[in-house]
Design a protein around this ligand. Sequence first.
Ligand code: NAD
Ligand code: DAU
Length: 338
Amino acid sequence: MNILVTGGAGFIGSNFIYYELAAHEDKVICLDLLTYAGNISTLSTAMQNEKFKFIKGDITDRVFVYDLFKREKPDIVVNFAAESHVDRSIETPEIFLQTNIIGTGVLLDACRKYGIKRYHQVSTDEVYGDLPLDRPDLFFTEDTPLRTSSPYSASKAAADLLVQAYHRTYGLPVSISRCSNNYGPYHFPEKLIPLMIINALNDKQLPIYGTGRNVRDWLYVEDHCQAIDLIVRKGQEGEIYNVGGHNEKTNLQVVEMILKYLHKPYELIKFVTDRPGHDRRYAINPAKINDELDWQPKTRFNEGMKKTIKWYLAHRDWWQKIIDGSYKDYYAKMYEDK
Ligand code: NAD
Ligand code: DAU
């Protein structure tokens, strides 16, 4: 089979490519625009694998995407390509609508036109909005209503609705996964865990938004990749699967864990202005994927965090180039007045 992975030069997409190449004999084609978040060096090992091919291009470019489908004849499409950072969506929503909604629409049309066995949309738990901090009994199920907070999550919810509409109206064989926060290798340094690891290593302040009591439900990226692989190959058409491992932590707990592991002082923490519309708590109920596909996360948080911190210690060349480049301007703009 030919698997088209869009957004495969980003964090989760690249981990998924390595997972697929190791687990199956299928050919993997990566389509990625290499935006600020895409990094071709992340795929350097995959480039040496004859089952792998990289194509640079834009999922919103209809002519280009149709031509690619005609040539490469993908059987399965897994769409990771997106603008993925909530803070950036608050600054510049337009690009989120363009990539996340229009891009998804173009891919769906290409699937209709050329035919595929499965289109899988990589979505997020953020489409459900947030949960109150004082109701630990509440979790997101696949039936939780969509109630988005940021331009990012609104664009992801719109894309999900489009995917479901193409299933209902055109019978397109689709599936959707809605996962909680991932962490692990190749995570872009704008996101909480890599940002805090790198700042701590450089003895820079660790900017925690608001009180630090917001809760995220962390999942090691390889566990997410395994879940997507199972859904694409064994999951039911037209279905949504929530993915998460009941691993809720406050942001403060996560940051303290990083400081402890790196033997850095608590005084590096700086509480800064909160993110507008900051979601309080995410918590996934993964019962459906547990029951139907027998999926369970394999990596415990302590073990996953140790692996992740070790990875950032061993791959300074990967992130140093990012923080020395245009990301430096973004960091100055976003954090200097906080
Ligand atoms: P990322 O920002 O690290 O990577 C996104 C990739 O998409 C980059 O390689 C970028 O170059 C590419 N891209 C952007 N616009 C493109 C375009 N127009 N055409 C082609 N490629 C384009 O994102 P990530 O964290 O790896 O997230 C991947 C997907 O998973 C996203 O759809 C995101 O919404 C979803 N998701 C992420 C998380 C998380 O914790 N990171 C959790 C749940 C769901
Ligand atoms: O839940 C899944 C989502 O997780 C994905 O859909 C998104 O693509 C992904 O970016 C992530 O969104 P979050 O907003 O939860 O991730 P982020 O790493 O930006 O922030 C995690 C928490 O840490 C959040 O409560 C905000 C807080 N934070 C973040 C940054 C960057 C800080 O306190 N300080 C920071 O500097």
